[in-house]
Design a protein around this ligand. Structure first.
Ligand code: SF4
Length: 183
Protein backbone atom coordinates (compact mmCIF):
# COMPACT_ATOMS: atom_id res chain seq x y z
CA UNK A 1 0.00 0.00 0.00
CA UNK A 2 1.50 3.32 -1.04
CA UNK A 3 -0.51 5.62 1.24
CA UNK A 4 -1.02 4.17 4.67
CA UNK A 5 -1.71 7.34 6.64
CA UNK A 6 -2.68 10.91 5.95
CA UNK A 7 -3.94 13.95 7.79
CA UNK A 8 -7.05 15.68 6.51
CA UNK A 9 -7.33 19.46 6.30
CA UNK A 10 -10.48 21.27 5.18
CA UNK A 11 -9.72 24.76 3.93
CA UNK A 12 -11.61 27.78 2.71
CA UNK A 13 -9.92 29.04 -0.46
CA UNK A 14 -7.94 32.21 0.54
CA UNK A 15 -9.45 34.16 -2.35
CA UNK A 16 -12.97 33.34 -1.20
CA UNK A 17 -13.33 34.19 2.51
CA UNK A 18 -16.72 33.03 3.71
CA UNK A 19 -17.11 30.66 0.79
CA UNK A 20 -19.59 27.86 1.30
CA UNK A 21 -17.48 25.37 -0.61
CA UNK A 22 -14.20 24.04 0.70
CA UNK A 23 -10.97 22.46 -0.42
CA UNK A 24 -9.96 19.20 1.21
CA UNK A 25 -6.28 18.33 1.48
CA UNK A 26 -4.79 14.99 2.45
CA UNK A 27 -1.29 15.60 3.88
CA UNK A 28 0.74 12.50 3.15
CA UNK A 29 3.61 10.89 5.01
CA UNK A 30 4.78 9.07 1.87
CA UNK A 31 6.08 10.67 -1.32
CA UNK A 32 3.71 9.49 -4.06
CA UNK A 33 5.40 10.95 -7.18
CA UNK A 34 6.25 7.50 -8.52
CA UNK A 35 2.57 6.76 -9.03
CA UNK A 36 2.02 9.84 -11.23
CA UNK A 37 2.82 8.19 -14.60
CA UNK A 38 0.40 5.41 -13.67
CA UNK A 39 -2.31 7.92 -12.74
CA UNK A 40 -1.62 9.61 -16.06
CA UNK A 41 -2.04 6.27 -17.81
CA UNK A 42 -5.28 5.49 -16.06
CA UNK A 43 -7.32 8.59 -15.26
CA UNK A 44 -9.24 9.90 -18.24
CA UNK A 45 -8.54 13.57 -18.82
CA UNK A 46 -5.66 13.74 -16.35
CA UNK A 47 -2.92 16.29 -17.05
CA UNK A 48 0.55 15.25 -15.93
CA UNK A 49 3.14 17.93 -15.25
CA UNK A 50 6.45 16.10 -14.82
CA UNK A 51 8.31 19.28 -13.87
CA UNK A 52 6.23 20.12 -10.80
CA UNK A 53 5.67 17.13 -10.50
CA UNK A 54 1.88 16.94 -10.26
CA UNK A 55 -1.18 15.43 -11.85
CA UNK A 56 -4.45 17.36 -12.13
CA UNK A 57 -7.73 15.71 -12.88
CA UNK A 58 -11.40 16.67 -12.99
CA UNK A 59 -13.74 14.31 -11.21
CA UNK A 60 -17.38 15.27 -11.32
CA UNK A 61 -17.48 18.86 -10.14
CA UNK A 62 -14.15 18.59 -8.34
CA UNK A 63 -10.66 19.55 -9.41
CA UNK A 64 -8.16 17.12 -7.97
CA UNK A 65 -4.44 17.85 -7.70
CA UNK A 66 -1.99 15.10 -6.83
CA UNK A 67 1.32 16.40 -5.45
CA UNK A 68 4.18 14.34 -4.02
CA UNK A 69 3.20 15.23 -0.44
CA UNK A 70 -0.51 15.92 -0.70
CA UNK A 71 -3.77 15.37 -2.57
CA UNK A 72 -6.13 18.35 -2.84
CA UNK A 73 -9.74 18.25 -3.99
CA UNK A 74 -11.80 21.38 -4.57
CA UNK A 75 -15.45 22.20 -4.19
CA UNK A 76 -16.46 19.99 -1.29
CA UNK A 77 -19.56 20.91 0.66
CA UNK A 78 -18.53 20.07 4.22
CA UNK A 79 -16.23 17.95 6.35
CA UNK A 80 -18.16 14.74 5.71
CA UNK A 81 -17.92 15.28 1.97
CA UNK A 82 -14.21 16.04 2.35
CA UNK A 83 -13.64 12.78 4.22
CA UNK A 84 -15.52 10.83 1.57
CA UNK A 85 -13.74 12.43 -1.41
CA UNK A 86 -10.27 12.20 0.08
CA UNK A 87 -10.77 8.62 1.23
CA UNK A 88 -11.91 7.66 -2.27
CA UNK A 89 -8.88 9.32 -3.86
CA UNK A 90 -6.45 7.67 -1.46
CA UNK A 91 -8.01 4.29 -2.25
CA UNK A 92 -7.78 5.08 -5.97
CA UNK A 93 -4.06 5.90 -5.71
CA UNK A 94 -3.41 2.75 -3.72
CA UNK A 95 -5.37 0.62 -6.18
CA UNK A 96 -3.50 2.01 -9.19
CA UNK A 97 -0.18 1.59 -7.39
CA UNK A 98 -0.99 -2.03 -6.67
CA UNK A 99 -1.90 -2.57 -10.34
CA UNK A 100 1.24 -0.86 -11.69
CA UNK A 101 2.84 -4.07 -12.95
CA UNK A 102 -0.11 -4.50 -15.31
CA UNK A 103 -0.06 -0.86 -16.49
CA UNK A 104 2.17 0.98 -18.92
CA UNK A 105 3.30 4.23 -17.29
CA UNK A 106 2.55 7.33 -19.34
CA UNK A 107 5.10 10.15 -19.09
CA UNK A 108 3.44 12.38 -21.69
CA UNK A 109 1.56 15.57 -20.81
CA UNK A 110 -1.78 15.29 -22.61
CA UNK A 111 -3.54 18.56 -23.28
CA UNK A 112 -7.27 18.74 -22.80
CA UNK A 113 -9.30 19.50 -25.94
CA UNK A 114 -10.58 23.06 -26.21
CA UNK A 115 -14.32 23.67 -25.77
CA UNK A 116 -14.52 25.02 -29.32
CA UNK A 117 -12.93 21.88 -30.77
CA UNK A 118 -15.47 19.78 -28.87
CA UNK A 119 -18.36 22.05 -29.84
CA UNK A 120 -17.61 21.72 -33.54
CA UNK A 121 -18.22 17.98 -33.32
CA UNK A 122 -21.54 18.16 -31.45
CA UNK A 123 -24.88 18.12 -33.32
CA UNK A 124 -25.33 21.84 -32.64
CA UNK A 125 -29.11 21.67 -32.29
CA UNK A 126 -29.29 22.92 -28.68
CA UNK A 127 -31.94 20.27 -28.03
CA UNK A 128 -31.17 20.16 -24.25
CA UNK A 129 -31.45 16.36 -24.10
CA UNK A 130 -28.13 16.30 -22.21
CA UNK A 131 -29.54 18.57 -19.52
CA UNK A 132 -27.48 21.57 -20.63
CA UNK A 133 -29.08 24.69 -22.11
CA UNK A 134 -26.88 24.72 -25.21
CA UNK A 135 -24.42 22.53 -27.05
CA UNK A 136 -21.66 24.98 -26.17
CA UNK A 137 -22.38 24.63 -22.46
CA UNK A 138 -22.14 20.88 -22.90
CA UNK A 139 -18.87 21.36 -24.79
CA UNK A 140 -17.46 23.42 -21.91
CA UNK A 141 -18.29 20.69 -19.44
CA UNK A 142 -17.10 17.89 -21.68
CA UNK A 143 -13.77 19.61 -22.31
CA UNK A 144 -13.36 19.99 -18.55
CA UNK A 145 -14.05 16.28 -18.02
CA UNK A 146 -17.22 16.99 -16.05
CA UNK A 147 -19.59 15.03 -18.31
CA UNK A 148 -19.25 12.11 -20.68
CA UNK A 149 -20.01 12.12 -24.44
CA UNK A 150 -22.75 9.51 -23.88
CA UNK A 151 -24.92 12.23 -22.31
CA UNK A 152 -25.47 13.73 -25.76
CA UNK A 153 -28.06 11.22 -26.96
CA UNK A 154 -28.39 12.56 -30.55
CA UNK A 155 -24.68 12.01 -31.03
CA UNK A 156 -25.24 8.26 -30.67
CA UNK A 157 -27.68 8.06 -33.58
CA UNK A 158 -26.54 6.94 -37.04
CA UNK A 159 -26.78 10.48 -38.36
CA UNK A 160 -23.78 11.55 -36.33
CA UNK A 161 -21.57 8.47 -36.59
CA UNK A 162 -18.56 10.24 -38.06
CA UNK A 163 -18.80 13.18 -35.66
CA UNK A 164 -19.12 10.77 -32.77
CA UNK A 165 -15.98 8.88 -33.73
CA UNK A 166 -14.05 12.12 -34.15
CA UNK A 167 -15.28 13.42 -30.81
CA UNK A 168 -14.37 10.21 -29.01
CA UNK A 169 -10.89 10.34 -30.53
CA UNK A 170 -10.56 13.93 -29.36
CA UNK A 171 -11.68 13.52 -25.77
CA UNK A 172 -10.07 10.14 -25.32
CA UNK A 173 -6.75 11.12 -26.87
CA UNK A 174 -5.15 10.30 -23.58
CA UNK A 175 -5.52 6.74 -22.39
CA UNK A 176 -8.30 6.11 -19.98
CA UNK A 177 -10.20 3.28 -18.47
CA UNK A 178 -13.38 2.98 -16.50
CA UNK A 179 -11.58 3.44 -13.19
CA UNK A 180 -10.96 7.06 -14.02
CA UNK A 181 -14.15 8.12 -15.63
CA UNK A 182 -15.67 11.27 -14.25
CA UNK A 183 -19.32 11.02 -13.41
S1 SF4 B 1 -27.90 16.69 -26.19
FE1 SF4 B 1 -26.24 17.09 -27.64
S2 SF4 B 1 -27.26 18.19 -29.31
FE2 SF4 B 1 -28.61 18.33 -27.55
S3 SF4 B 1 -28.01 20.24 -26.48
FE3 SF4 B 1 -26.86 18.57 -25.54
S4 SF4 B 1 -24.94 18.60 -26.66
FE4 SF4 B 1 -26.39 19.72 -27.94
Amino acid sequence: MLIEKYELEVLTPPCEPGAERFTAVARLQTDIREVFPYLNATLRGAVYNPTAPAVTWTKGGHTVAFHPDRIAVSNVADRDAAIKEVDGLVKLVNRIWEQRDELTPDFVTHQRPTPMAVYKLLPGTNCKACGEPTCFTFALRLAAGQVQPEKCEPLWTDAYGEQREALLSLVEAGPGVAIGRAT
